[in-house]
Design a protein around this ligand. Structure first.
Ligand SMILES: [Zn+2]
Length: 147
């Protein structure tokens, strides 16, 4: 009985190995997205487009005022030197701005924080920081890294 179980387990293991080998090799095949950028066939199979096109799709769901709020949230405006962008990362959202927050959240550029009375704090994600024009370093600072 024990021997049979051992046999079955190793057979399953072999199948998993074969599957992961297959997946890995197809992920490495470089092919082209409709935008003509090269990408992996895994990206194309899973998402139908390259990473840049996926990001462009997410940005396309936003309104201009959403981007303004995102930049304000991160202090990424002309009022502050660019090297300091991301020194803050919070926005207390009132009812009027909720549609903007919903779009930014659905696109993965902000996440909700804690409520305050009838309002709610929102914070930019790494993708949101980059979209607002922050460098990778300043986006990390906005997420809590030491400058
Ligand atoms: Zn593309």
């Amino acid at each position: 009985m024990e021997i049979n179980m051992h046999y079955d387990l190793s057979r399953v293991e072999r199948q998993h190995l074969a599957i992961s080998r297959e997946t890995n090799s197809s992920a490495l095949v470089v092919t082209r997205c409709a935008c003509r950028k090269s990408t992996t066939s895994k990206q194309l199979v899973q998402h139908g487009k390259c990473v840049a096109c996926q990001l462009a799709d997410r940005v396309a769901t936003l309104q201009p005022e959403d981007l303004e709020i995102l930049r304000h949230m991160l202090g990424a405006t002309d009022h502050h030197p660019r090297a300091r962008w991301g020194f803050r990362n919070e926005y207390l959202c009132n009812r009027r701005d909720m549609p903007s927050m919903a779009r930014l959240m659905a696109a993965g550029f902000v996440r909700s924080g804690r409520p305050l009375l009838f309002m709610w704090y929102f914070h930019a994600t790494d993708a949101g920081g980059r979209l607002a024009g922050l460098s990778a370093k300043r986006a990390a600072v906005a997420l809590g890294a030491r400058p």
